[in-house]
Design a protein around this ligand. Structure first.
Ligand SMILES: Cc1ncc(COP(=O)(O)O)c(C=O)c1O
Length: 356
């Protein structure tokens, strides 16, 4: 290779934006990253405390991830050889892209979609075709159907981040069954949605369903992700592609402990769904907003060009939400995480103060 290749490559990367994390504000209600605060902080601290007691961090976690897979297998009712793990679902998505995609493989996804996935495609020069959301923030199945033949990888977050949209189950199944390339269904928010496609992965050899402990389980800081797929995919991924020790011992043990209390997960998920409805119903009272349905633990709304104003007003009231700006025909979109009842009330009061 010619001299200077490295600087050229570096300049190419420098021109990219990278994944935009929310700004860090101190002492504010953090409703900007779709985290789960409904699950108690003390409950999670006890979980970590117990995980620490079990772990011997002088050792590599040899055989420990297999224990986590075993616990997931029982929880998901899926055979162990159909489950793989990763350092957050981010890392799983990244490893799939670096090993199965290239500048020659074409990705079909929605516009918008999960920002990290999009940025990774840019980083690796993977061409993407994006089907835009319509004005009512839904996706048109037929547009996807038409583009399938020119695509190698289909990536759909179900429900979608940041819109909260989820295809009807029969539509998504129809789309997937028609496609012979690699299908990645990102169910990071699946527990808040209407369905999961886990069962479909039992009969397909090109479907990867990615899930995470970050949302419904409220363990975003531990970086625990997993996926469900055909056993040949899982074998290659776990034996050849994945790092030898992608998860730390304490995270593994905490994950196993969390899976022993499925009731806590379904209770908090139900609370979040109820609170989601309350937020949507309340925000819909204001003509200043257009509020979209959501199947996730957040709500997207269009402040019709006043997004910066609403965002700043919320920060001044000690609440951080996510400013997303233009999405399709909508000029000023904002996304708010569904928090605890108290957090949501504080947010809704702040909105009332601003607009009421
Ligand atoms: C659609 C989607 N997929 C995956 C992730 C990443 O989750 P994890 O914390 O497991 O890396 C997110 C995080 O916000 C997400 O929105």
């Amino acid at each position: 290779m010619k001299n200077g290749w490295f600087q050229k490559k570096l300049r190419g990367y420098a021109s990219l934006q990278g994944y935009q994390k929310p700004q860090k504000y101190t002492g504010v209600l953090k409703l900007d990253s779709n985290e789960n605060f409904v699950i108690g902080k003390q409950y999670q601290q006890d979980l970590i405390h117990n995980a620490r007691k079990i772990s011997d961090v002088r050792e590599y976690p040899l055989g420990r991830a297999e224990k986590l897979v075993n616990a997931l297998s029982k929880y998901l009712k899926v055979p162990q050889n159909m489950i793989g793990i990763g350092n957050g679902s981010d890392q799983i998505l990244d490893l799939i892209l670096t090993n199965f995609a290239s500048p020659q493989t074409r990705v079909l996804t929605s516009e918008p979609t999960f920002g990290f996935f999009e940025e990774r495609c840019k980083l690796y020069s993977i061409p993407t075709t994006k089907i835009p959301f319509s004005k009512d923030m839904t996706l048109d199945l037929n547009q996807f159907m038409e583009k399938l033949k020119n695509s190698d990888i289909l990536y759909i977050d179900s429900p979608n981040n940041p819109t909260g949209f989820q295809f009807l189950r029969k539509d998504l199944e129809k789309l997937i069954k028609k496609f012979e390339g690699l299908v990645i269904i990102d169910e990071a928010y699946g527990k808040f949605g209407d369905y999961s496609l886990i069962n479909l992965s039992k009969s397909m050899n090109n479907l990867i369903i990615v899930q995470t402990f970050s949302k419904a389980f409220g363990l975003a800081g531990l970086r625990l992700g997993y996926f469900i797929a055909n056993k040949n995919i899982v074998d290659v991924f776990s034996r050849v592609i994945q790092y030898p020790y992608p998860l730390n011992s304490i995270a593994i043990e905490a994950g196993i402990l969390a899976l022993q209390k499925p009731q806590i997960i379904s209770d908090t998920t139900n609370t979040i769904k109820k609170e989601r409805k309350r937020i949507i119903d309340n925000l819909r009272k204001y003509d200043a907003f257009e509020v979209f349905d959501s199947k996730a633990n957040f709500v997207l709304f269009d402040a019709k060009g006043a997004d910066s104003h609403v965002f700043t007003a919320m920060i001044e009231q000690g609440i951080s939400i996510r400013k997303l700006g233009k999405i399709g025909k909508h000029k000023g979109c904002l996304r708010v995480t569904v928090g605890t009842k108290e957090m949501n009330s504080k947010f809704l009061l702040a909105i009332r103060d601003l607009l009421g």
